[in-house]
Write a protein that binds this ligand. Structure first.
Ligand code: MN
Length: 425
C-alpha cells in the first residue's frame, strides 16, 4: 500500500508553525482528555490535537473497516492490534482530510469545532496500556562505557554482548507520560566499612536517553518472528527516559540485573510516531563484527536517523542541552531485537514496549546518561549560569527532544520531560 501520507509535497489547510515536529507528513497517534473531560484517541498536526473518535462518528473514515468505538478508547491497543494495513489506511485518510485543497472538513465550521483542539485544551495520557516492557542494551558505546565504569576497562564488553541483543524484563506499571513529576526513589545502597547497607533517598538519580518501539500482536506462544517480518509488527516509536538510581543499581544488580534502581519511573513522549512516518530516514547501523548468527542477519537500512537531545532545567533557571546523540548509533536494530525476543517462542502482544537501552554516541558530547557524561561524578557537567551537575538534583527537569530531518522535511516526537521532586518521607 502506498504511503501517500508521506508525500513531502503535501501541505495542510491547518495553520502550522514552521519547523514543527508535527507536519502533515507525521500523523502520530496518542490518547488525550478533551476539554469536555472525555478520553479519546487522536492525532496531531502542528499545534492542533485532532479527535479521531469524533472524526469517525462524523463519517470521515467511511470505507475503512473499523469498529464503531475503535477510537473511543483509553488506549491504542485495539487499534494497533488491527494491524499494519489498517494503520496505513487510517494515516493516509487523516492526511487526505487535512490536505490543502480538500475543503470537506475545512468548510464545515460545526465539524471543525467538534474535532479540533488547541494543545492547552487537552491533557495527554499514556498512548497504550503497556502489557510488557522490555529494556534492551543495544548501544555498544553505552555498554562499553558502563562496563568500563562498573567493572574492568580491559573487558568492558562481555563476550555475549556482540552475539545477543542483551535485554531484561522491566516494569510496565511505572511508565508515565511526559510532564508527570516523579519522586526521588528511596532504597538500599552499598555497605560502607561496617558492612551495613545504606538506606535513604538515592543520591545518584540519572536519566537514560532511549527510544522505545511499540508492537502489535506478533506471534503465538511457541512461535518465532523471522527477521524479514519483524518490522511488520512495529507500530511506532516514542522517546523514552528510563530514569535510573545508580547507587541503588550498583548494590542490587548482581546476579540478576536491574531491579528497583530502574522501576520507579520511565517517562515517554505521548505521541507515537509511526514507523511508516520514519521511512524517509532509514540508514545503516554500525558494522556488526562478528557477523550475527543467521537468524539475526538482515539487509541494509534497518536503523533510523533520529537526532536526540537531552536538556537539564534547574528550578527557576534555563535549560542547558547536556547531550546530543542519534538513534542510528544502535548496534542492534529494532528488527534484531524483536526477532531475538521471540526466538525462544516468547509471545509479543499489542501495546508491548521495547526500550533501546541508553543511546550513546562515539564522542563525549553524545553520551546518553549523566553516569557517562560526568564519568561517574568525576567530571561535573557545566550548565548555564555557573551551575554544575554530576547527577540530577531535586526540582531539576530533564527534557528530551527527538526529530529526524532531511531535504526540508522534519518529523519529530515533541518533548519527553519529567521533574524530579524530593523523596517522600
Ligand atoms: Mn534503560
Amino acid at each position: 500500500m502506498p504511503l501517500t501520507a508521506n508525500d513531502p509535497n503535501r501541505s495542510t489547510w491547518l495553520d502550522t508553525p514552521t519547523n514543527t515536529d508535527f507536519p502533515i507528513q507525521n500523523i502520530p497517534f496518542g490518547v488525550f482528555l478533551t476539554r469536555e473531560d472525555i478520553i479519546t484517541i487522536g492525532t496531531r498536526i502542528g499545534d492542533y490535537a485532532i479527535d479521531l473518535g469524533a472524526l469517525h462518528q462524523l463519517g470521515y473514515f467511511d470505507g475503512i473497516g473499523l469498529t464503531d468505538d475503535i477510537f473511543m478508547q483509553d488506549s491504542l491497543n485495539d487499534f494497533i492490534a488491527d494491524g499494519r494495513k489498517t494503520w496505513r489506511l487510517v494515516r493516509n485518510r487523516i492526511s487526505d482530510i487535512f490536505l490543502e485543497g480538500n475543503n470537506k472538513l475545512k468548510d464545515n465550521v460545526e465539524h471543525k469545532s467538534i474535532v479540533l483542539f488547541t494543545l492547552d485544551e487537552i491533557e495527554m495520557q499514556l498512548p497504550v496500556d503497556v502489557g510488557d516492557y522490555t529494556d534492551f542494551y543495544a548501544s555498544k558505546e553505552h555498554a562499553t562505557n558502563v562496563g568500563t565504569l562498573f567493572r574492568d576497562p580491559e573487558n568492558a564488553l562481555f563476550p555475549n554482548w556482540l552475539r545477543i541483543p542483551i535485554g531484561y524484563h522491566g516494569r510496565s506499571s511505572s511508565i508515565i507520560p511526559s510532564g508527570t513529576p516523579i519522586n526521588r526513589p528511596v532504597g538500599q545502597t552499598k555497605p560502607g566499612d561496617d558492612g551495613v547497607p545504606g538506606f535513604g533517598p538515592s543520591k545518584l538519580v540519572d536519566f537514560e536517553l532511549e527510544m522505545a518501539f511499540i508492537t502489535t500482536d506478533a506471534n503465538h506462544l511457541g512461535e518465532r518472528v523471522s527477521i524479514d517480518e519483524a518490522e511488520d509488527y512495529i507500530f511506532g516509536l516514542v522517546l523514552f527516559n528510563d530514569w535510573s538510581a545508580r547507587d541503588i543499581q550498583a548494590w542490587e544488580y548482581v546476579p540478576l540485573g536491574p531491579f528497583l534502581g530502574k522501576s520507579f519511573a520511565s517517562t515517554i513522549s505521548p505521541w507515537i510516531v509511526t514507523l511508516d512516518a520514519l521511512e524517509p530516514f532509514r540508514t545503516n547501523g554500525p558494522t556488526q563484527d562478528p557477523s550475527p548468527l543467521a537468524y539475526l542477519q538482515h539487509g541494509e537500512n534497518k536503523n533510523f536517523d533520529i537526532k536526540l537531545q537531552v536538556g537539564i532545567q534547574p528550578e527557576g533557571d534555563e535549560e542547558t542541552i547536556v547531550a546530543t546523540s542519534n538513534f542510528k548509533y544502535m548496534y542492534w536494530s529494532m528488527a534484531q531485537q524483536l526477532t531475538h525476543h521471540t526466538v525462544n517462542g516468547c509471545n509479543v502482544r499489542s501495546g508491548d514496549m521495547m526500550g533501546s537501552g541508553t543511546i550513546s554516541g562515539p564522542t563525549k558530547e553524545e553520551y546518553g546518561s549523566m553516569l557517562e557524561l560526568s564519568w561517574k561524578g568525576q567530571n561535573p557537567v557545566q550548565l548555564k549560569n555557573g551551575v554544575e551537575r554530576k547527577f540530577i538534583h531535586d526540582n531539576d527537569t530533564v527534557i528530551m527532544h527527538a526529530y529526524s530531518e532531511k531535504d526540508g522535511l522534519r518529523i519529530g516526537f515533541g518533548n519527553c520531560s519529567g521533574k524530579v521532586l524530593p523523596a517522600k518521607e
